[in-house]
Design a protein around this ligand. Structure first.
Ligand code: TXA
Ligand code: MG
Length: 313
């Protein structure tokens, strides 16, 4: 398959109308989209990404009205979050409408809905005139794509089109909140923080799944965000012996000489940079990436979640 590169949201939307699959930018990471009501197109997304089919996709909308096409109920907490945040790096899990194909939701009776805060994404979604099911546009298990070039690296030849936008503004995936019960549960941390959600609904909690029950978010079961290189978390004061073919990313300049170093001015910049840094390390055949740990508050919580999962062997 030839993958067409375009900067035109209208041209990209034409591929969706013809049953194709299209990578597009959002404010978090690039997504790989299909018409949510087109089961064949949904299956193409799973194939192109080599994604396990028990991992549901998020439904992206170009306006709040479209949410009604996807869900059987907008719960009171969801309504509060929509009013407070949308468009935002925030995905709300709600009971699904019957006509949303179970291929998109991995047989769950719920669906995640999100309206991205990115002009090109919104233009594309509006041009599609249908909600778009989209996981992150990377091969399953690999670091998410924050640039169209990263999408190209993973998916060229396997998808119909890449809508070329800028580097994504945030760089890690949306906060996922289960809004199906009266206590909103954060299933995946992201740029919309626990503190921000609690300011709207104080009962909001971070979901800690017990070993005896299946995780509420199937994605939590799967290996994630892994570069080929080994990822090792270190605290700001650690010393590394003899760094060779090794890289470092963090906030504080290390004393050692690494082959590749990225010093970030803030936790936000770190969150924005690390997926791309992982990919650069793989291109340079780095063997080990040392990642400095940060305080687990605000977006630091989401960054540490991704780093810890990348560090699992
Ligand atoms: O920022 C983002 O969310 C990006 C952009 C493209 O929007 N998308 C993204 O999709 O990260 P993906 O597929 O890589 O991650 C979706 C996560 C997975 O962990 C999945 O299990 C969870 O959301 N999820 C989706 N639908 C769900 C549902 N109905 N119930 C529970 N978890 C769900
Ligand atoms: Mg993903």
């Amino acid at each position: 398959m030839k993958t067409i590169l375009t900067t035109s949201p209208g041209e990209a939307a034409d591929f969706i109308r013809r049953g194709g699959i299209v990578a597009f930018p959002t404010e978090t990471v690039y997504g790989l989209g299909a018409n949510i009501f087109d089961e064949r197109a949904i299956r193409k997304v799973f194939t192109a990404k080599q994604r396990p089919n028990d991992n549901p996709l998020i439904a992206h909308v170009g306006n709040v009205e479209q949410i009604k096409l996807l869900v059987s109920e907008i719960t009171p907490n969801a309504l509060k979050f929509i009013e407070a945040f949308f468009p935002a790096p925030l995905t709300l899990i709600l009971p699904k409408a019957e006509k949303v194909p179970s291929a998109a939701t991995a047989n769950l009776q719920t669906v995640g809905v999100r309206m991205p805060k990115n002009d090109l994404a919104l233009e594309f979604l509006r041009a599609c005139e249908t909600p778009i099911a989209a996981p992150s546009a990377n091969l399953s298990g690999k670091p998410s794509s924050t640039t169209w070039q990263a999408v190209f690296e993973d998916l060229n030849g396997g998808i119909d089109c890449i809508l070329q936008g800028a580097t994504t503004a945030i760089g890690l995936e949306s906060t996922v909140v289960d809004c199906t019960s009266s206590v909103p549960l954060i299933l995946r941390t992201g740029a919309i923080t626990l503190e921000q959600l609690q300011a709207i609904e104080p009962k909001t909690q971070i979901y800690n799944h017990s070993k005896n029950e299946p995780p509420k978010s199937p994605g939590l079961r799967h290996r994630h965000y892994s570069p080929h290189a080994k990822v090792v978390l270190i605290n700001p004061k650690s010393k590394i012996q003899n760094p060779k073919s090794e890289a470092f990313i963090g906030l504080n300049k290390p004393c050692e000489k690494f082959e590749l170093v990225k010093i970030c001015a803030s936790v936000e910049e770190y969150a924005h940079a690390f997926f791309d840094f992982f990919r650069e390390c793989d291109r340079k055949n780095i063997k080990t990436i040392y990642c400095e740990t940060v305080e687990e508050t605000g977006i630091g919580l989401a960054l540490m979640d991704r780093l810890k999962r990348a560090a699992v062997d």
